[in-house]
Write a protein that binds this ligand. Sequence first.
Ligand SMILES: CC(C)(COP(=O)(O)OP(=O)(O)OC[C@H]1O[C@@H](n2cnc3c(N)ncnc32)[C@H](O)[C@@H]1OP(=O)(O)O)[C@@H](O)C(=O)NCCC(=O)NCCS
Length: 157
Amino acid sequence: MTLQLRCATMADARTLFDWRNDPVTRAASHQTDVLSFESHAGWLDATLANPLRKLLLAEEQGRPVGTVRIDLCADGSALLSWSVAPEARGRGVATQMVSMAIQDMPVGCVVRAEIKAGNVASVKVAEAAGMRMSGQDGDTLYFVRDVVSEQGPGRVD
Ligand SMILES: CC(C)(COP(=O)(O)OP(=O)(O)OC[C@H]1O[C@@H](n2cnc3c(N)ncnc32)[C@H](O)[C@@H]1OP(=O)(O)O)[C@@H](O)C(=O)NCCC(=O)NCCS
């Protein structure tokens, strides 16, 4: 499978909206309620204008299959979250796209993720990208990868 990552645009609003309202995605999110398209479009507009946030879209042969969001935090770390199109799950898309997203990040950047307990697939994705669990608060598991190294994605140092 060959994936390509590009920055999301407003033209991706409907695709991202459908993925966001997918029941499995909502169950894995902090915010579990169904969103209206209008509120989603407003969120996307603000996201694209936010210099501290990057929203990537993964494509397979030109077809959108997943997304990675990167939030640059005040402490200099980057908080990643991801989801895969329902029809594209279980084929390694998340594992590959998250590692690719990390590869594009500045060397030395600390990468983090927050994963709901029980989200076995996402725990595996985080671990494959070199992150390790650093703590837990309620049903939120905290994952961190010390630094992005020059050796490439998904490397476990
Ligand atoms: C979690 C999610 C991103 C995984 O995407 P994916 O492309 O299906 O994941 P992959 O195919 O790369 O699989 C990663 C690992 O999880 C395993 N896996 C995949 N789906 C699984 C499932 N439903 N239950 C248990 N394990 C699963 C795979 O076998 C693989 O394990 P391996 O590395 O040992 O082979 C996808 O299911 C999704 O979008 N879920 C909803 C949103 C979400 O949970 N986002 C994460 C919030 S932190």
